[in-house]
Design a protein around this ligand. Structure first.
Ligand code: 6PG
Length: 465
């Protein structure tokens, strides 16, 4: 009997998704390339390891794998994003038939996903680009899934994806059809951008708490006390991280301060620049990671410029919590705004409230704030126009202003906290300094400017000297 679903690639995420699918009763075929030099076959080994895979089939031969699937075939690719996807597609093509559906479940670039959709369509093969969040545990127990592509084609794979996805508070799957082409991978990319900022903000507030004299256990206790107002998956894991000890010392103190990345934050920053959207926090979080890589230069610069670092900011825990709350709201505003503006540019019909809903469980950025955003986004796409948000930010502002000022005086780097303040200051300036930029552009390049006392919209040029 042929299998209902195929899983190509048994890395960490592929294995977890395979077990998830099998445990839901799907008849599964799994494929992993034979690893050169290995005595045992990866797929067969894996199948034998877990009871739920007893009725699944394992392959290291591509043709047998493809032929083991019911047609039209439905197959998820779980391989590293990038060129590998294209070579996997080429390897598969000779064995596929018209109407077969490939799902790319990796963190692929949304532009590549569109190209692959178009390329495969010319061969009557369908391609769904599905962002999947939640790491290894999410993949196993229920991730958040963001599928994009042709809607009718999505319906054919919907039963599989929705059953393995996490469930929201109303027991609905944290998986929804996002939109055309690469929109699923686009939304996953922005998810990761928001994730970068959420992580950076936690790193910044913890560093302030450390500077105030708290040890990791004390930082964990303070973060724990914040849960009623700002709980999130990332807050919870950060608390665990601060508590973890190894040989009587905190592990976090032993970790090299160079933050890696696999590219999605980089793409989000490139994309936001390309689309002309000021997602400044995502760029700040990305650049904070890049600056962290200048370890040797930082050590030298610390000798030259780090003289004032003994100053302690004069701050209370409550003020730091409020600053954190403030910046998180700005982060979510910016991420959602990027999705909204991209949808306009690419003519995708996206539902922001639904996107927030599938981010309430299974994914890395699930949080209490996300629950609130589901309702807020039903009313308006711009969360900064929501009166409850306006009220909250107004209440939090004095604290974030103080935290940022004190940290600047104490020379504590807080790029995302301070950028959130600067952004809202800029965003809420009715008459900005951009008039000066326009004058300068007109002065040296005759680029012309519009006048506020001429509502015809006409462009003017002046002889400045
Ligand atoms: C998720 C994560 C996941 C992964 C990223 C991290 O939603 O499950 O975002 O996709 O952990 O690759 O990205 P960096 O390596 O760039 O931090």
């Amino acid at each position: 009997e042929k299998s209902e679903f195929g899983l190509f690639g048994l890395g960490v995420m592929g294995k977890s998704l395979a077990r998830n699918l099998a445990s839901k009763g799907f008849k599964l075929s799994m494929f992993n390339r034979h690893v050169a030099g290995a005595e045992e076959d990866v797929a067969i080994n894996f199948k034998n390891e877990f009871e739920e895979l007893a009725t699944s089939k394992a392959f290291d031969d591509l043709e047998f794998f493809v032929n083991s699937l019911q047609t039209p075939r439905k197959m998820m690719l779980m391989v590293n994003a990038g060129k590998i996807i294209d070579s996997v597609i080429e390897d598969l093509l000779p064995y596929l038939s018209e109407g077969d559906i490939l799902i790319d479940g990796g963190n692929s670039n949304y532009k590549n996903t569109k190209e692959r959709c178009d390329y495969l369509k010319s061969k009557n093969i369908y391609f769904i680009g599905a962002g999947i969040s939640g790491g290894e545990e999410g993949a196993l127990k229920g991730p958040s899934i963001m599928p994009g592509g042709n809607k009718e084609i999505y319906k054919q794979v919907q039963p599989f994806l929705e059953v393995i996805a996490a469930k929201d508070m109303n027991n609905l799957p944290c998986c929804t059809y996002i939109g055309e082409e690469g929109s699923g991978h686009f939304v996953k990319m922005v998810h990761n951008g928001i994730e970068y900022v959420e992580m950076q903000l936690l790193a910044e507030v913890s560093t302030i708490l450390k500077t105030l004299g708290n040890n990791p256990d004390q930082i964990a206790a303070i973060l724990e006390s914040w849960k009623p107002s700002v709980n999130s998956y990332l807050l919870e894991i950060t608390i665990d991280i601060f508590r973890k000890k190894e040989e009587n010392d905190w592990l976090v103190n032993k970790i090299m301060d160079k933050a890696g990345n696999k590219g999605t934050g980089n793409w989000t920053t490139i994309t936001t620049a390309e689309l002309g959207v000021p997602s400044t926090l995502i760029a700040s979080a990305l650049f904070a990671r890049y600056t962290s890589f200048y370890k040797e230069e930082r050590v030298v610069a610390n000798k030259n410029f780090g003289g004032n670092r003994n100053l302690k900011p004069s701050l209370t825990g409550d003020e730091i919590l409020k600053a954190y709350q403030f910046s998180r709201i700005i982060n979510h505003y910016q991420g959602l705004k990027l999705i909204f503006d991209a949808a306009k540019s690419y003519q995708w019909d996206l539902n922001l409230s639904e996107i927030a809903r599938i981010w309430t469980n299974g994914c890395i950025i699930k949080s209490d704030l996300m629950f609130d955003l589901v309702d807020i986004l039903r009313e308006a796409h711009n969360i900064l126009t929501n009166q409850k948000i306006v009220h909250t930010l107004t209440e939090l502002k004095p604290s974030v202003n103080k935290v940022v000022s004190e940290c600047v005086l104490a020379e504590i780097p807080i790029s995302c906290l301070s950028e959130s303040v600067n952004f809202l200051n800029m965003y809420s300036t009715a008459n900005s300094s951009a008039n000066i930029i326009q004058a300068q552009r007109d002065y040296f390049g005759a680029h012309t400017y519009q006048r506020i006392d001429d509502d015809s919209g006409k462009f003017h040029h002046s002889i400045w000297k």
